[in-house]
Design a protein. Structure first.
Length: 272
């Protein structure tokens, strides 16, 4: 077995069940049996790294907290698809409805499950261009440490500019030259306003402080009803009265909470 190619090690259903339960217990993500091939492929590199003979051996290794391998597995198994100005109507709502109300005070927006930072930096562009108050900040969080590192770097392939409006592109995005050709970086004036933090939405989030707006988009679809209720309860504790929670267009909070009321498609306001 040791001499067998890692690429040909088969993951037994019992082994998949171990990772399935681990991911659910830690993140709340409900991974179906259809994801077994994905899990096998993404974890194969870690078996290769350690020269292990089975996925069960790898599971026992990652349970040893001191090696940090459990976080590595979480990073590999969580989905991180995102892009600039995704579901753009939400940013229109922010610009047209929310920002005109902000006349005074410090304001904060939370990009929950921020992945590699595109949503948070999109928010920073909109606020920089349209916010009436000078004191504003954005916090991006994700359970995956790898994408948090990418978000802090704020450098992206040039093709990621496709959805960025030209006015924002010219003002806030710097085209890479020389060894950085083919990439662009977010201007420092925006990067200085955005802070990325590792966080689990199921955990106590009070350390993050309170927010005027929370974006939690295309995340709830991965949770069962009890986890959705727990996560939304957690987020509502951090949302100011009258603040807004914005979810993905394919998601709904119907039957999930009584603390929020729908005010627009996928937009909810916290009841004072």
């Amino acid at each position: 077995m040791i001499g067998q190619s890692i690429d040909h090690i088969v993951m037994a259903d019992s082994e998949f069940a171990l990772f399935q339960k681990m991911l659910y217990d830690i993140t709340g993500i409900n991974m179906t049996g259809a994801k077994k091939t994905l899990v096998t492929g993404r974890l194969a590199k870690r078996l290769r790294h350690y020269g292990l003979a089975s996925y069960a051996d790898y599971f026992h290794l990652l349970k040893k907290e001191e090696n940090g391998e459990q976080q590595m597995a979480i990073d590999l198994l969580t989905t991180n698809e995102t892009y600039f100005f995704r579901e753009s109507k939400h940013f229109d709502f922010l610009r047209e409805v929310i920002l005109p109300k902000w006349k005074t005070g410090a304001r904060r927006i939370w990009s929950a499950a921020s992945s590699s930072g595109e949503e948070a930096y999109t928010l920073s562009m909109v606020l920089s261009a349209h916010c009436l108050v000078n004191e504003w900040a954005i916090v991006g969080t994700d359970i995956c440490t790898e994408v948090i590192d990418k978000a802090r770097l704020a450098q992206y392939p040039i093709e990621r500019t496709d959805n960025i409006p030209s006015a924002y592109l010219k003002k806030y995005c710097l085209k890479g030259v020389g060894s950085q050709e083919g990439t662009f970086i977010i201007a420092n004036e925006l990067r200085s306003r955005v802070d990325f933090v590792h966080a689990n939405l199921k955990s106590d989030l009070t350390r993050l402080g309170s927010f005027d707006v929370i974006f939690l988009r295309n995340v709830l679809i991965y949770f069962d009803i009890p986890t959705k209720k727990h996560v939304i309860e957690n987020l509502c504790k951090q949302l100011k009265p009258g603040g807004f929670l914005i979810v993905g267009h394919s998601e709904s909070l119907h039957g999930i909470t009584n603390d929020l009321k729908a005010v627009a498609p996928a937009v909810y306001e916290k009841i004072c």
